[in-house]
Design a protein around this ligand. Structure first.
Ligand SMILES: N[C@H](CCC[C@H](N)C(=O)O)C(=O)O
Length: 289
């Protein structure tokens, strides 16, 4: 099959975007992994599929697949900003604000005059069972009334490292740990061990957070089924929400990632998280699958 695609990125987190509004695209896991493959295919952290609305009150359906595994996931923040840029540029909508349905939620996406996009990422979820995360037998350290869970990363000869994490769901699961300096953080060694830790039944995205001030942080994320990406939108939301709950951050924070800056705003429980950042089209192409 000959497939047209658009290559995009949001703060360096990159995507292959496909238009399935005219006809459903039933791609196999192998075809999705080929699209994500940086040697044998196009190359992308995630594959985003634009589908026609499947219910009243939304403009499109937004589906997300991790490029390395071909598995469908619940949410992609950087991808949602590219989504609205894509539908505008491809004449699929004339509106600056659109509403999309994901596998487990709905998002409102707003194209700003300066070209950045603001997304209402809905409310964060903290109940461990809804991540899912199994805290049984663990005693959390309470900071500002919020749990930091001691994760034992010891696996045989790897030694008894313990990662102290906050857990947050933005529709997809996140474990956030504070580090003194992101550039020296053990992302390559601890990231994969947290990602597949047995207490996360559907694996987890691991965020490494450096607090620069109450309104500025640096963040690296070892993403579930993607490895370290240059930015993670839901990861930035999860890290800021955790930082606010832990008393480290104010309600509006600039998140410096290796691929660019995202601005996250959250006014506390009961409120949505707002994420603002870039959405860039790199090239259009075709591939034979
Ligand atoms: N790897 C993530 C999906 C992509 C999230 C990230 N790219 C974002 O911008 O939120 C997961 O498996 O939950």
């Amino acid at each position: 099959m000959r497939l047209r695609f658009t290559k995009m990125h949001g703060a360096g987190n990159d995507f292959v975007v496909l238009d399935a509004t005219q006809a459903p695209l039933a791609l196999s896991r192998d075809q999705l992994r080929l699209l994500g493959d940086r040697r044998f295919g196009v190359g992308a952290d995630q594959i985003l599929v634009v589908e026609a609305a499947d219910r009243p009150g939304v403009d499109f359906r937004y589906r997300i697949f991790n490029g390395a595994s071909g598995d469908e996931v619940e949410q992609c923040g950087n991808g949602s900003r590219c989504f609205v840029r894509y539908v505008r540029d491809h004449g699929l909508s004339e509106r600056d604000t659109i509403r999309v349905a994901t596998v487990n939620n709905e998002l409102e996406l707003r194209l700003q005059a300066d070209g950045r996009v603001t997304v209402d990422m809905n409310q964060p979820v903290f109940e461990p069972a809804r991540l899912p995360f199994d805290p049984s037998g663990l005693v959390p350290r309470m900071v500002n009334g919020f749990e930091l869970w001691p994760l034992d990363l010891g696996d045989g000869d790897a030694g008894g490292d313990t990662a102290e994490v906050a857990v947050v769901s933005m529709g997809n699961p996140h474990a956030v740990l504070r580090v003194p300096e992101v550039d020296a953080a053990p992302v390559a060694s601890w990231g994969p061990r947290i990602e597949v830790h047995a207490r996360f039944a559907r694996k987890v995205n691991a965020g490494f957070l450096q607090v620069v001030s109450r309104s500025e942080v640096k963040l690296r994320v070892f993403e579930r089924d993607a490895g370290e990406t240059l930015a993670c939108g839901t990861g930035a939301c999860a890290a800021v929400v955790a930082g606010i709950r832990l008393g480290w951050l104010d309600s509006k924070v600039d998140v410096h990632t290796r691929g660019g800056v995202l601005t996250i705003e959250w006014n506390g429980p009961g409120h949505s998280v707002l994420m603002t950042g870039p959405a860039v089209t790199v090239f259009e192409g075709e591939i034979e699958l």
